[in-house]
Design a protein around this ligand. Structure first.
Ligand code: NDP
Length: 246
């Protein structure tokens, strides 16, 4: 059941996070939006409210543990509990390793890896106390298959895969009733390519997305499906992408 579930979404200011927030709110969830761009969060929250949904937002930088703790506190104080966290914030400034864009490497590790760790650290105490909770994370097909330009990005998304699988196994063994789901999107038309500064890589990726990209609403419906499962069922992994992308 999605109705009345309290769901935190990171990276909710555009793309997959925005689409998921709107779909879940439309299905009766109470959504808590987090990202850095407040003007985007405000616009999305207004749109959800005008459609009759329940929503709050908070500026969140997933790199900062205190921001993750604050959004969890806000969700609990506003709605009384927390059912789901969708750890979705991420960026993909791909480039060949020889370009030595080391600032980009570190930023990807900070957001895509440490951001997930910070999010889990913030929600686990609540989920353990409640004896229920659902952690959903956005990995990528880049975490399943290596490709040129994606060394660091793919590594961060591989990390998400392994981390989430261990969370699932430990939760089952410890009987914590914490469920997990990991989503592996392929080419989805969002703002993700904007973070690529290396021209050749951008050109290659842009032509792939122009050719194959599908709407972020496709991922939103998969997240909703995972949340909608009965409490005794975990939808563990989803690979979702354009039907015509090899
Ligand atoms: P977008 O660029 O549209 O969305 C990325 C989101 O992450 C934005 O809301 C951005 O918000 C947020 N974000 C980035 N850095 C931070 C930060 N430090 N703290 C908080 N939020 C942050 O792209 P997508 O919707 O595509 O990306 C969502 C997820 O999907 C990412 O993890 C991405 O890696 C993954 N993915 C996407 C694919 C695609 O083809 N689009 C394929 C596979 C995986 P703000 O800038 O306001 O902080």
């Amino acid at each position: 059941m999605i109705k009345d579930k309290v769901v935190i979404i990171t990276g909710a200011s555009s793309g997959i996070g925005e689409a998921t927030a709107k779909l879940l709110a439309n299905q009766g969830a109470k959504v808590v939006l987090g990202a850095r761009r407040e003007n985007h969060l405000k616009r999305i929250a207004n749109e959800i409210t005008q459609s009759g949904g329940q929503v709050i937002y908070q500026v969140l930088d997933v790199i900062k543990q205190e921001d993750n703790d604050a959004i969890v506190k806000l969700a609990k104080e506003t709605f009384g509990r927390l059912d789901v966290v969708f750890l979705n914030a991420g960026l993909m400034p791909n480039s060949p390793l020889s370009a030595l864009k080391t600032d980009d490497w570190h930023q990807m590790v900070d957001v895509n890896v440490k951001g997930v760790l910070n999010g889990v650290a913030a929600v686990l105490p609540v989920f353990l106390a409640q004896k229920s909770g659902h952690v959903i994370a956005t990995s990528s097909v880049a975490g399943l298959k290596a490709y040129p330009g994606g060394a660091v990005y793919g590594g961060t998304k591989w990390f998400v895969r392994d981390f989430m699988e261990v969370l699932r196994i430990e939760s089952a063994m410890e009987g914590t009733h914490i469920r997990t789901a990991t989503i592996y999107p392929a080419a989805i038309n969002t703002e993700l390519l904007k973070t690529i500064s290396e021209k050749r890589t951008l050109g290659q990726m842009q032509s792939t997305y122009d050719r194959y990209g599908i709407a972020p609403e496709r991922i939103a419906s998969v997240v909703a499906f995972a949340i909608d499962q009965p409490e005794d069922t975990t939808i563990n992994e989803f690979t979702v992408g354009p039907a015509n992308q090899p």
